[in-house]
Design a protein around this ligand. Structure first.
Ligand code: NAD
Length: 353
């Protein structure tokens, strides 16, 4: 059954880890290591079933392959999941044992933070393996990924504006920003400085207050964000915010934001195209955080913010290529992005075989 699930997308390796003495049940999935070590965070989640955990780790590791490939990194895609309640079942012994399993893979899989895992948890993992990145607060760490993510979203947005409006900057454009959390906070700095007019919303009044105080932006009720007259709609909160109910309400010509899994289904990609809108694939525009962590890897000489941010800025060029190809091939941009990632991997595969 597992082989059947692994086959269609060509997963390389799935490792099941179990140690009853410390209550560990974990799965590590290596989707692809063609471009380099399979990298992706470890999530701890109280999955209802083992099948659910397997499906999740496979899906997430495959996503990492595409994300790393489009970010231009020499990394493949991997992911880990630990089955259990992160609030009540996590112990140092369990995390260290997970670290031993990671270590056995000899650097073939590099782990990092994900839902249910914090910096202290990763420190436990790191006691048993050096193949861990992104421990915030540790010497040499790349720190909070949000500023890098925002830098990439800003460059992606500029490219989308160039394609959609032939605009040379975001000056004078109206941006509807859904969610005013970490990524948006840094993004707002770039947008406001460049002279974009931002209308924002958040369900958390503290986030609204912070954004208004620092940037003086206009605020609407979270339900009203889809109806805002704007040029760019920027989902930066939750997934699936572009769906059959919301898409007809979105007034913007461009959808470009930091959130993961913005489109409810692939069908929204086709509908966006039919409506003459431009969508910047989420996993490409929000790849800045991953790029940032890449430069933390000791084999690259230690973290350098300037090298990392220079690389993140290249997201703009990648977005331009995707959107131009999407236009000429009359194909939704996220399908084009997937194709470009696959082409890069295939080229590397050929060169090494
Ligand atoms: P965050 O939790 O700091 O901010 C998200 C904000 O969205 C919160 O303030 C929350 O109150 C708000 N929100 C939730 N539901 C909402 C709704 N219905 N309407 C309006 N606001 C709502 O998260 P973040 O780190 O800023 O990340 C934002 C998105 O970007 C997430 O989807 C995340 O997965 C994705 N992302 C983040 C990074 C990163 O570096 N932080 C990297 C890649 C992708």
């Amino acid at each position: 059954m597992v082989f059947k699930q692994m086959q269609p997308s060509g997963f390389e390796q799935v490792v099941f880890c179990q140690d009853d003495r410390v209550g560990l049940r974990a799965i590590i999935s290596i989707h692809s290591s063609v471009l380099g070590p399979a990298t992706g965070g470890c999530r701890m989640w109280n999955y209802a079933t083992e099948e659910e955990a397997l499906t999740d780790v496979l899906r997430l590791s495959e996503g990492m392959t595409y994300k790393a490939a489009m970010a231009g990194l020499d990394w493949g895609g991997g992911k880990g999941v630990i089955l259990g309640d992160p609030k009540t079942q996590k112990t140092p012994e369990m995390l260290q044992r997970f670290g031993e399993y990671v270590d056995r893979l000899g650097g073939h899989y590099i782990t990092a933070k994900d839902v249910g895992m914090g910096a202290d948890d990763l420190r436990q993992v790191k006691r048993k393996t050096r193949h861990v990145l992104g421990i915030e607060g540790d010497p040499g760490s790349s720190g909070d990924p949000s500023p890098a993510t925002a830098w990439g979203v800003y460059h992606g947005m500029q490219s989308a504006a160039q394609v959609a409006f032939q605009a040379r900057s975001l000056k004078g454009l109206r941006v509807a920003l859904q969610g005013l959390g970490s990524v948006s906070y840094y993004l707002l700095d770039y947008l406001v400085k460049e002279g974009a007019h931002v209308v924002g919303c958040d369900i958390d009044s503290a986030m609204v207050e912070r954004a208004v105080k620092k940037f003086g932006i206009e605020i609407v009720h979270p339900d009203a964000i889809y109806d805002v007259k704007c040029d760019i709609f920027s989902p930066s909160a939750l997934g699936s915010s572009v769906n059959p109910k919301t898409l007809p309400r979105i007034q913007a010509k461009v959808i470009a934001g930091g959130a993961n899994n913005q489109l409810a289904t692939l069908e929204e990609g086709y509908e966006i195209m039919r409506r003459g809108m431009v969508y910047v694939p989420d996993y490409v525009i929000n790849g800045g955080g991953l790029i940032n962590i890449y430069y933390e890897d000791p084999i690259r000489g230690g973290y350098s913010k300037s090298r990392a941010f220079d690389h993140v800025a290249k997201i703009g060029q990648t977005v331009l290529e995707i959107l131009e190809r999407s236009k000429s091939e009359k194909t939704p941009s996220q399908i084009i992005a997937n194709r470009m990632a696959e082409e890069r991997i295939e080229k590397k595969r050929r060169s090494i075989s």
